[in-house]
Structure formats: C-alpha cells, structure tokens
Design a protein around this ligand. Structure first.
Ligand code: AHR
Length: 326
C-alpha cells in the first residue's frame, strides 16, 4: 500500500509537471483507492469539452483518482500517455481513440501489465478484440441512419423530386466519421431522389467546417446544393457562418442536418436555421466510472454499452428540449 501511495504521488506530480491535470495527494487529501488513467483525444469541439468535464465530474463523484492527458488531436501523444499510465500501474486505462487503427502494440503492452482498458466514445480496429475490455459510447451507425431517416421525411414534406447532398465529414479513419457516413448512406440507399455530390473532411472543427462550406459553395454554387449533412455541430456552426456571408438562408434555401446537440446548435435549430440535429451525448463519465468500479471489484462487465440518444428536428416540439450543458 505504501508503494502504491508513493507511485500515485509520483504519477500525480509527473503528470502535473507534464501539463496533465491531476491533484497531488497530501496528508489531508490521501490517495484514492482506484486510479484511472484517461487519455482524451483533444478539445476540438464543445462536445469534446463537455465529455472531458463529464469524465472529471464522474471520477470525482466515485472518489477515483483521475490521471487526465489531453493529446491535442495527436495519436502519438495518446500512445505516449497510455504508456505512462502503464508504467505508473494505474488500475484501469480509459481512452478515446482519435482514429481506429494503430493501437495493437500499446494495447498488448497494457495487457502484459495486467491493466484493463475501456474504450470510450470511439472504437479501435484491432486484430484481437480481447485487447480491450469494453466499449462505452454512441452507436454511430444508428446516428447516421437517424440523419438519413430525417432526410427521407423532409424530402416527402418538400415534395422533392431530387436533392443534391454535400457531406462534411469528421476526422478521417475515426469511428464517428466512418459510421455516420455509412448509416446515412444505408438510410437513403435505393431512393433515386438523392445524390451525394461530395464528401469532404472537416475534421470535426468549426474552422474547417467554414473552409469546407466555402469550397463546396465555390464548386457547386448555392443553387446546386440542397442539403448539407455535417458530422458534428462545430462544423455545422462554421458552415452557417459561410452561408450567412453568402446570403444563403440556412434551413430554407439549404437543408442542414447536424450531429451532437450542443446548446449553440439547438439554439440555431429553434431559429429554423438547422433542420435536424441527431443527438450524440458527451455525458459518458457516469457509465464509464460505474464500469471502472465493477472491474476493480472483479466483476464481469458488458463488452458494449451505448447511451440512449434521440433526434431533434424541425417537426418536433422544441420547447421540450432542456439545457444541454455542452
Ligand atoms: O466522437 C464524437 C465526436 O467527436 C463528436 O460528434 C464530435 O463533436 C467530436 O469531435
């Protein structure tokens, strides 16, 4: 126990010095019994910031020590953070992989060290699924399908013969990018009213959402685009800036479909400037820490846990939506 207390103290100080957030234990503030190493992929969106806050809050509520490292969108930083969690022998490693591939080696190292790994928010593509204990996060394929199902309903309501769609996608090779694209394509497949003109990557960033929208307007003109399907609210908000500058009326001249449900986007939905937002909740901390608790008590945990999510559209009573908190 003395050794463990010492290593928590060393880890806390090392992470503090490295710029990671943690609270060093003192005599009045003894080290926690369970220590979680959490590698967050970055701070690219309001969603992500809400997700980090949810993890911190839940760890606090459970009384767990949280070693938090923010990788600022760099996979190599995530791998280095996971290696430092292994060398400090945290009880459980939790991480949100920025992309799906390239994790096999570091996950094998965690297994050799006997440290279970919970993936949260995003999945990995590895040869051996037993390299991680569980995945806790959204069903992105279902989210993509919900976006497509809204479009089917909207096209019916418009009496549209044909609609040209542009898609602004999230980070390439990330789970939400792949599955939101695939789910959407599945939902509209076989319906001759739709053409996807182009899919362009906006990396889940508002600044890139702006750039993408500018490029798409230059390429097709406002009259050539009927629908923008954007993989997150940050990029949608960037696209709105550009549509405003171009004198296009979002939500009327062009249908906007977004994903996440950030407060700023819900406000735009209420103004009629976004037509549909598929919810993706960042509030995953409670589920993650409950499973950490179960694991550290030696219990079996489910391999996959999806939170409940909904969809907010122009066809709904929007007064029902409470404050989003992100
Ligand atoms: O992985 C979840 C996605 O990542 C969210 O939709 C997006 O806003 C974030 O960057």
């Amino acid at each position: 126990m003395k050794l463990r207390k010492l290593s928590f103290l060393v880890l806390a100080l090392a992470l503090l010095l490295a710029g990671c957030r943690s609270t060093a234990p003192t005599a009045a503030n003894p080290p926690p019994a369970v220590v979680v190493g959490f590698s967050q992929l970055g701070s690219e969106s309001g969603w992500r910031i809400g997700n980090t806050a949810s993890m911190e809050q839940a760890a606090k509520e459970w009384g767990f020590g949280l070693m938090l490292d923010n990788a600022n969108q760099r996979q190599e930083k995530q791998i280095a953070a996971i290696r430092s969690f292994i060398s400090y022998q945290v009880d459980v490693i939790v991480f949100s992989p920025i992309v799906e591939t390239g994790w096999d080696n570091v996950l094998r190292e965690a297994r050799q060290a006997g440290i279970p790994v919970i993936l949260t928010d995003r999945m990995v593509d590895v040869d051996d699924d037993s390299l991680y204990t569980a995945y806790i996060g959204a069903d992105f394929l279902a989210e993509g399908r919900r976006a497509g199902e809204f479009l089917l309903k909207k096209a019916d309501a418009m009496g549209a013969d044909h609609l040209n769609i542009v898609e602004i996608t999230g980070t390439e090779n990330s789970t939400p990018m792949r599955d939101r694209q695939a789910g959407f394509a599945q939902a509209i497949a076989g319906d001759g009213r739709f053409t996807v003109l182009e899919s362009i990557t906006g990396d889940f960033l508002r600044s890139k959402g702006r750039e993408c929208m500018r490029t798409l307007l230059d390429r097709y003109g406002a009259a050539g685009i009927d629908v923008v399907y954007s993989h997150n609210d940050a990029m949608t908000l960037g696209a709105l800036d550009v549509l405003d500058e171009a004198g296009v009326v979002p939500g009327k001249d062009i249908v906007l479909i977004s994903v996440d449900g950030e407060q700023a986007a819900v406000d735009e939905l209420r103004k009629g400037r976004i037509n549909c937002i598929v919810e993706c909740t960042p509030h995953l901390g409670g589920d993650v820490m409950a499973q950490v608790d179960a694991l550290t008590r030696g219990k079996q945990i489910p391999k996959t846990i999806h939170p409940e999510e909904t969809v907010f559209t122009e066809f709904d009573d929007l007064s029902e939506i409470g404050p989003r908190g992100y």
